[in-house]
Ligand binder design. Structure first.
Ligand code: GYE
Length: 345
């Protein structure tokens, strides 16, 4: 009998002890904080609201490597990722839209990737993959180029006001052609379908009428020096009736300058050339008195984009567009050399 009681007691004591332990245990393990509800239906990460840069694995879909601006943009992302201690998976779309969409799907299927950054080659064709990314819980941030898709499919867009760059370009071309009897302009366009090309062209046309500019030739040079030169050469074979060349980026403008010189024309005198980006090559050409003006477009977007990605990961609501602050640089500026010396790209 005694023995039976002892065992029961021991068991009971043990039960109490266990329940006491069980009770004790819950007190120490604070319940895991629920990730904040998705903002506007957009995903947040499991580490939210306390995600840190080291939690981010960023799949970056770059357009390609078409020139100085793009090289500076890519460097901004790679260097800033190092500095912040986040993991960057870089995808070079080689300026091919099908490649870029395939790369996007690759990142959606990659379990490690929790943030996708897109520099869209073209404005259309993104709704499906953006929906898939949202369903897969990936945070999506657009950089550099805007797209035509519902805003509730991405956290935010960080990039330039390309239409404003086009308007500034028209104003500056008017100033360059002041006093010229005619204002015949040829336009070298960026890659067809991109927001940069569409919006710069539209912005230029919004303002060109102010001084009576007439665009008589307009064709893509795909952002490259070689194609910018070839297109200008073809136009010059047809006619030399031109007062100004509006190149939608510096590289195409430098190509046009080469073509003008080979045709025996003096850039900056016979024909005024204006471009967009403000890369090192443009400053060199302005200091040589060949390029007249370059309208700035800021490529150093890495820090802003990663900051936005972290905020989105933590469930913070973001403005749908964060436009970049940009200026204009002129060959006529007496401090141009000093400015050029201080440029990072
Ligand atoms: O102007 C050009 C580059 O998207 C703003 O793309 C960018 C443009 C830039 O190829 O040089």
């Amino acid at each position: 009998m005694y023995r039976t009681k002892t065992i029961a007691f021991v068991l009971l004591a043990a039960t109490f002890a266990l329940s006491a332990c069980a009770q004790a245990a819950p007190a120490t393990e604070a319940p895991a904080a629920e990730p904040p509800a998705a903002v506007g239906g957009l995903p947040t990460l499991d580490c939210a609201p306390n995600c840190e840069y080291s939690d981010l694995v960023v799949g970056f879909l770059q357009t390609g490597s078409e020139g100085g601006w793009r090289a500076a943009n890519t460097a901004s992302f790679k260097e800033t990722a190092e500095q912040l201690g986040l993991t960057l998976k870089f995808y070079d779309s080689q300026n091919d839209l099908a490649n870029q969409v395939a790369g996007f799907r690759q990142f959606i299927q990659d379990p490690e990737v929790n943030v996708i950054v897109l520099a869209a080659l073209e404005t259309t064709g993104w709704e499906d993959v953006l929906q898939e990314a949202r369903d897969a819980g990936k945070v999506v941030v657009l950089e550099d180029r805007r797209i035509d898709a519902p805003e509730d499919l991405y956290a935010t867009y960080i990039g330039s006001d390309f239409a404003e760059e086009g308007r500034k370009s028209a104003d500056e071309m008017c100033a360059l052609l002041e006093g010229s009897d005619t204002k015949i302009v040829w336009e070298l366009v960026g890659n067809v379908g991109s927001s940069a090309a569409k919006d710069r062209g539209q912005g230029f046309r919004e303002r060109m009428g102010e001084c009576g500019i007439e665009v008589t030739n307009s064709q893509t040079g795909n952002w490259s020096i070689t194609e910018g030169k070839a297109v200008t050469e073809a136009w010059l074979r047809e006619s030399e009736d031109v007062d100004g060349i509006f190149a939608q980026n510096d590289e195409m403008g430098l190509g046009a300058i080469e073509a003008l010189k080979e045709a025996g024309l003096v850039p900056g005198q016979d024909v005024q050339v204006l471009s967009v980006d403000a890369t090192g090559g443009a400053f060199k050409s302005m200091l040589a008195g060949e390029l007249g003006v370059t309208v700035e477009c800021n490529p150093q977007l890495g820090p802003q984009v990663y900051e936005a990605a972290l905020k989105a990961a933590n469930g913070e609501e973001l403005p749908k567009w964060v436009p970049s602050q940009e200026g204009v640089f002129r060959a006529s500026d007496p401090n141009l050399q000093e400015i050029a010396d201080g440029r990072a790209y």
